[in-house]
Design a protein around this ligand. Structure first.
Ligand code: NAD
Length: 282
């Protein structure tokens, strides 16, 4: 298949590389020249413009920062008749639904397929992919998604984006409270490695205790490849969704407020695992 891949950043670069490896023709576009060059180096086609990437593509994959950029790119593109757009970015579910409805009027299908697993699992094709959209359209892109990870259909269009934001609200809240617990334990005289080992065989276990603390925080590398501002964006999507649905979300709102304070205090390009440094400074 001919795939246009738009957005070749931390996630898009390894994902597009896997599609090249699987034998697809991948025409990539990113506003960053370095990102386009990196795709060319692994055998993909670095398109000079959005139009060059999208012209004649069967499938257009978007791996962009947020709904604002997704809508801008879609508005600037001319899609081939019958093309399918797969928005793998973590976008806003209600905006995704509206965008899909307006594209459907022009005979273009848009499905959502955001991912979890970070850069490490993007490199190995072991992402968790959560999809939203008609089964018949998703069937047509199944072989592509299979190169990138394991897919679960969450429901109609927008459902993947909804569950993705809710997942990250959990993940970010876990990371914050895990960090609070470990800092308190450390002051008490506990060894973080011993605490993590006990948490990991107890009920306090999470992705933060199993992965983020041992792999990015304890070695002080803070290089998960997932920006703090992107995490905050996802939390805001989740609390916005709860508000829109009229469900109570006091803890989510409080956690989002704290992550917002951290985002103001830390560098623009801070990794999300640096939240612990904001806590330490506080
Ligand atoms: P990133 O910032 O590294 O990459 C985004 C890329 O989009 C950049 O290379 C940027 O130059 C490009 N871009 C921006 N505007 C563009 C435009 N108008 N046209 C073409 N390219 C444009 O972000 P990322 O970490 O790769 O994340 C991408 C999406 O995936 C986000 O929605 C994020 O929330 C989500 N996500 C990230 C991770 C992670 O671990 N990094 C994990 C799961 C989901």
């Amino acid at each position: 298949m001919t795939i246009a891949f738009i957005g070749l950043g931390n996630m898009g670069a390894p994902m597009s590389g896997l599609l090249v490896k699987a034998g697809h023709e991948v025409r990539g576009f990113d506003v960053s020249e370095a990102a386009r060059q990196a795709l060319a180096e692994v055998g993909g086609i670095a398109a000079d413009s959005l139009d060059d990437a999208i012209r004649g593509a069967d499938v257009v994959i978007l791996m962009l920062p947020n709904s604002d950029v997704v809508e801008k790119v879609v508005a600037e593109s001319t899609f081939a008749p019958g093309a399918v757009i797969v928005d793998m970015s973590s976008s806003e579910p209600l905006r995704t639904r509206a965008l899909a409805a307006s594209l459907a009027e022009r005979g273009i299908a848009l499905v959502d397929a955001p991912v979890s697993g970070g850069v490490a699992r993007a490199r190995t094709g072991k992402l968790t992919i959560m999809t939203g959209g008609p089964q018949s359209v998703l069937d047509g892109v199944e072989s592509i998604l299979d190169c990138l990870g394991t897919t679960t259909r969450a429901g109609d269009v927008g459902s993947g984006h909804a569950v993705k934001a809710l997942n990250n609200l959990l993940s970010a809240t876990h990371l914050l409270v895990t960090s609070e617990a470990i800092l308190a334990g450390e002051r008490f005289g506990l060894d973080p490695t011993v605490m993590l080992s006990i948490f990991n065989s107890s009920s306090g276990r999470s992705g933060s205790t199993e992965n983020k603390w041992p792999n990015f925080i304890q070695p002080e590398t803070y290089d998960s490849g997932f920006g703090l501002r992107l995490m905050l964006k996802d939390m805001r999507i989740a609390v916005g969704l709860a508000a829109e649905m009229g469900t109570p979300d006091p803890l989510g709102e409080a956690a989002t407020g704290l992550w917002g304070e951290a985002a103001e205090a830390l560098a623009d390009n801070a990794d999300h695992t640096e939240i612990v440094n904001w806590l330490r400074k506080d």
